[in-house]
Design a protein around this ligand. Structure first.
Ligand SMILES: Nc1ncnc2c1ncn2[C@@H]1O[C@H](COP(=O)(O)OP(=O)(O)O)[C@@H](O)[C@H]1O
Ligand SMILES: [Mg+2]
Length: 224
């Protein structure tokens, strides 16, 4: 894998009930690009993202991805575990057994990247939803992730912080050469990506330029 950041080949996934939620999915995200995964509720977006992250195991198919991989959940309260901003970002580095000075440097660098350096000692409970998502993203940056997977990170945000977050994630991944896949069902977020995939009832039915997909989906939405 050289020019590809995320590669999925002919992936199939069934729940224990026998329900097939991911059907022969193949996709490629070029290294360093910011792509989105679109689809209606229940189409399988979260399942596909979890498969790519290795949080679920497919029955068949292949996944190629360069570690370390960062994952940002829809609800940051399910992800942030430590009492303060700095401690939470540092917690993600425990496995790497770095010396304390290195941990401090990584945490500060990552918080600087998401514009939260001044909130390092702030308790998590005192943060807004958008700030919590930035802490989760800083956790991935501190681990020097090559790939960032985000599952509807703006779902719980108001419209202003929603567009703020997508714009800052775009800047961040572009400046660091991170490959990112962002799940959403909000068409206004499409303006920020390099390309998008469309998932429909477990099948990838379209992929390519965001502007074209946006027009297509706006037309479909209008006809309903
Ligand atoms: N843990 C689970 N066990 C069984 N079925 C599930 C589970 N999680 C999700 N599903 C089902 O899988 C399908 C796809 O869900 P999901 O990937 O969450 O879709 P999306 O993120 O696009 O809304 C849905 O029919 C959902 O009900
Ligand atoms: Mg989902």
């Amino acid at each position: 894998m050289t020019a590809v950041g995320i590669e999925v080949n002919n992936l199939n996934f069934f729940w224990p009930s026998g329900e097939q939620v991911i059907k022969s999915c193949s996709l490629q995200v070029p290294r360093g690009e910011f792509w989105m995964l679109l689809g209606t509720n229940g189409s399988g977006k979260s399942t596909l993202l979890r498969l790519i992250a290795g949080l679920l195991t497919p029955q068949s198919g292949e996944i190629g991805i360069s570690p370390p991989v960062g994952f940002v959940f829809q609800n940051p309260d399910h992800q942030l575990v430590m009492p303060t901003v700095g401690a939470d970002v540092a917690f993600g580095l425990v496995e790497e057994k770095l010396p304390p000075t290195m941990v401090r440097a990584r945490v500060e660098e990552a918080l600087g990247a998401v514009n939260l350096l001044s909130l390092q000692r702030r308790p998590i409970y005192a943060l807004s939803g958008g700030q919590k998502q930035r802490v989760a993203i800083a956790g991935a940056i501190a681990r020097h992730c090559e790939v960032l997977l985000l599952d509807e990170p703006t779902a719980l945000l108001d419209p202003d912080s929603q567009l703020d977050l997508v714009a800052s994630v775009r800047r961040l991944v572009k400046s660091r050469g991170i490959t990112a896949l962002w799940v959403t069902h909000r068409l206004d977020e499409l303006n920020y990506c390099d390309g998008a995939f469309l998932l429909d009832r477990g099948s990838l039915v379209d992929a390519g330029e965001a502007e074209r997909l946006k027009k297509l989906l706006m037309k479909e939405g209008g006809e309903k």
